[in-house]
Design a protein around this ligand. Structure first.
Ligand SMILES: [Mn+2]
Length: 237
């Protein structure tokens, strides 16, 4: 029985499926934790959701956190005027994967899935969260904005507050060797960013999806095998 964490899939369905099925070889005894940003940029946001539903239907244990991209999507659904910025943010790729033009044309079950996502999960002595924790707030586990949007928060982490707990998160892409370096220092630093920049195939060192095995404290990587050409032409690379 292993506890596995994966973050920032960003519509890279083929890469995600290969990582889970062939590289990690997930079993029904394992627990899979997904740390948010399922959608946008990659070509298969809908297919990422469908694969998560498929795993759950087959009896795999999967728990899912919210990322800032799902938050922005839900704001679009609730009509808070974020639609234009969401499209810039990679949202066009998500709409294309559903073959629709507006976020409210996406079927209800996908929207409900996103509405039900959790902000953080504590697993043994690990705190799992999408982006990080805002240590400027009285209780970092109550600041949901910090959980989905934090950047460069590591140096302000309050290690007394954290105690023996460790934080696993994503959101800010790192190269594969940076993620490996962070794992080497994880016992001392207690913070591990596992976002290996899956969608960034055009930047040297990026373009991998990482799975962190919390039980054995090991990393697995899958190189991106999705077709990122539409996103690349969209962002001009
Ligand atoms: Mn993010």
């Amino acid at each position: 029985m292993r506890k596995i964490a994966i973050s920032d899939i960003h519509g890279c369905y083929l890469t995600f499926k290969k990582l889970v099925r062939d590289v990690v070889q997930l079993t029904k005894e394992d627990e899979l934790y997904l740390l948010g940003d399922y959608v946008d940029r990659g070509p298969g946001s809908k297919q990422v959701f469908d694969f998560i539903f498929e795993l759950k239907d087959e009896g795999y244990k999967v728990r899912c956190l919210i990322g800032n991209h799902e938050e922005v999507f839900l704001e679009c659904i609730r009509g808070r005027g974020r639609f234009a910025s969401w499209l810039q943010f990679g949202g066009r790729m998500t709409l294309d994967s559903f073959i629709v033009n507006q976020p409210d044309q996406i079927p209800e079950k996908y929207i409900r899935f996103m509405e039900d996502l959790e902000y953080y999960i504590q697993v043994d002595n690990h705190i799992l969260v999408h982006a990080g924790l805002d240590f400027g707030s009285i209780d970092p586990l109550k600041n949901t904005y910090g959980m989905t949007w934090s950047r460069d928060w590591e140096t302000s982490a309050d290690m007394d507050w954290l105690g023996s707990r460790r934080v696993i998160y994503g959101h800010t892409p790192k190269t594969k060797s940076q993620v490996e370096f962070l794992l080497e220092h994880f016992p001392k630093h207690q913070l591990l960013n596992i976002d290996a920049g899956c969608y960034g195939t055009y930047i040297p060192g990026y373009g991998n999806l990482a799975a962190f095995d919390m039980t054995n404290q090991t990393l697995h990587f899958q190189r991106n095998i999705d077709n990122m050409n539409a996103w690349r032409s969209h962002v001009g690379h």
